[in-house]
Design a protein around this ligand. Structure first.
Ligand code: NOJ
Length: 553
């Protein structure tokens, strides 16, 4: 079996993880320093968000030199040492491949914009006319360049021009760069917005009814996408023992297999957004900021769909949090009186599914969202949207926007890691680049490590189970009582072996009766977030956010 099918990945967002040179910014040596902590947790792989030279317009997702570490994070040798030290502890390192676009300060773009006949001109998309495509970071996706009197395409900020993958020279540059890092020992890639690398090069306009700056089907899954990924596999990936996970906005269960069906020789798995979009109003002109309440039945159906769709054909990546998503307990749960129970409940639902689980830094200690003022945030996506929707176009009032920002804004996940209760949470000895969450005295690693019942040790158990128990890796998935609006219950079954997960998704006590075909008396407790249970026969009264996992073997 491929090693990544038994692995648990931990995502590090380096600028917020640990600052060792006390400039308020995390660094590579900070990750190396904390490897023993990660070993204790038991994870197998670190996915490192971008660490390359960058003007940091989008916190490193705008790269100006792919082969050099950003000076505030350290030097290349620090990175090589991190790879080495991680390997000594049996931890693999996955880097972020941000190749849909570069920084406008990358030398390719600096050349490209010099003149229409520059040899690098065709590394990017230049057009005389712009279409109506919107940028993910607000406004139009085209920027006019006075010098050559043409527009260039940027699906993200104007400092992130999109690379032209139609050009085989560009693709070869990317393959070489990937080999550069893999030859240094890197064990795989998380591929940033990989579903967007092939463009509809006739740049069709979206329907006007979609608003001023639409984002939709033409932004992803272009006609040559899978040809490029197959080429990447052939030229690079197939030559190494590595894992790959593609970030694939706009993917559906149906097209997910185009990426991760083994026989197609492309990627190992993808990140879908299906489940993370369930609290957003589809097609809203306010984009992601137009929220609605999450319906548990929608979440169950969505996750079931992916579990079934990829079973034995592809492979799921399992996540609720990352550097682009808010803290799940604040977003969909309760981060106050039931913070600990709730964090364990979300972890359990996810970690007993089939796929490779991803833990985002701080998730393992139950870090929470931040309700800062707009001036205290840093995220380009949020600040641009605020200016566009609230200040300029006045499509939203400030209060509604801030409510959404506090619920789903990306900076909620990017506040500095909370190591202890000292000033700046032990992240740094000087004021960090983004304000520390005020709850750091209560929520931090030091406290978690002292308490055997902490969220940390619960995660540690979940990781151990995945390593040891092949039922978790292989078994099929069936929802139980799919229409139940409060309980998330499912079975994993392989032959005679069965695991049943029953979770109360809300803060009210709930009575639940398992169908007769399950005989709870034949099961023993696997793990739970409460010590005592109220079970009689097949009937359970679940306390707020109670989750109980049972197995019959
Ligand atoms: C997805 C990344 O996860 C996000 O942080 C970034 O802003 C965009 N891609 C652009 O690279």
């Amino acid at each position: 079996m491929e090693w990544w099918k038994k692995s648990v990945v931990y995502q590090v967002y380096p600028r917020s993880f640990k600052d060792t040179n006390n400039d308020g910014m995390g660094d590579i040596n900070g990750v190396t320093e904390k490897l023993d902590y990660l070993s204790e947790l038991g994870i197998d792989v670190i996915w490192l968000s971008p660490v390359y030279e960058s003007p940091q317009d989008d916190n490193g997702y705008d790269i100006s030199d792919y082969r050099k570490i950003w000076s505030s994070f350290g030097i290349n040798e620090d990175m090589y040492r991190l790879i080495d030290e991680a390997h000594k502890r049996n931890i693999k390192i996955v880097m972020d491949l941000v190749a849909n676009h570069t920084s406008d300060e990358h030398k390719w773009f600096e050349e490209s914009k010099k003149s229409k006949d520059n040899p690098y001109r065709d590394y990017y998309f230049w057009r005389d006319e712009k279409n109506n495509w919107g940028s993910y970071f607000s406004g139009t996706a085209w920027e006019y360049d006075e010098n050559t009197e043409q527009y260039y395409l940027h699906l993200f900020s104007k400092k992130q021009p999109d690379l032209n993958w139609e050009n085989p020279v560009v693709r070869n540059e990317i393959w070489d760069m990937m080999k550069f890092w893999m030859d240094k020992g890197v064990d795989g890639w998380r591929l940033d917005v990989i579903s967007s690398i092939s463009k509809y090069t006739d740049f069709p306009d979206y329907d006007e009814s979609m608003g001023e700056y639409p984002i939709g089907k033409y932004h992803a899954n272009g006609p040559r996408l899978h040809e490029y990924l197959h080429e990447m596999n052939k030229e690079v990936l197939s030559k190494y023992d590595c894992m790959t996970v593609g970030e694939a906005p706009g993917s559906t269960v149906e097209n997910a297999l185009l990426f991760c069906d083994k026989d197609r020789e492309e990627l190992d798995m993808i990140f879908t957004f299906d489940h993370m979009d369930l609290d957003k109003k589809e097609g809203s002109k306010l984009g992601k900021w137009d929220l609605k309440e999450l319906k548990l039945t929608d979440l169950k159906e969505c996750m079931e769909n992916w579990q079934h769709g990829l079973h034995e054909k592809g492979w799921n990546s399992l996540y609720f949090e990352n550097h682009d998503q808010a803290r799940v307990i604040s977003r969909w749960g309760n981060d106050k009186e039931y913070r600990v129970e709730c964090a364990k409940m979300f972890a359990t639902i996810l970690h007993f599914m089939q796929g490779t689980p991803y833990i985002y830094q701080g998730e393992e200690i139950g870090m929470v969202n931040s309700d800062y003022k707009i001036e205290e945030y840093d995220d380009i996506e949020m600040l641009n949207a605020y200016k566009d929707l609230v200040v300029d176009r006045k499509l939203m009032d400030k209060e509604t926007f801030m409510k959404a920002a506090h619920t789903i804004g990306r900076d909620n996940a990017r506040t500095p890691m909370q190591w202890d209760s000292s000033e700046y949470a032990g992240f740094s000895s000087v004021e960090p680049w983004l304000k520390v969450n005020p709850r750091y005295k209560e929520i931090n690693v030091e406290e978690a490590l002292k308490d055997k019942n902490s969220i940390f040790y619960y995660y540690k158990n979940l990781i151990e189970f995945r390593h040891k128990d092949d039922v978790i890796t292989n078994a099929g998935f069936e929802l139980i009582d799919r229409d139940n609006e409060s309980i998330f219950a499912y079975e994993r079954k392989e032959g005679e072996k069965s695991i049943i997960v029953i979770a109360n998704f809300y803060d009210k006590e709930e009575e639940f009766e398992l169908e007769e075909k399950y005989k709870l008396k034949d099961y023993n407790e696997y793990i739970s977030n409460y010590k005592e249970h109220n079970i009689e026969g097949n009937k359970i009264i679940l306390k707020p956010f109670e989750v109980i996992v049972m197995k019959n073997y």
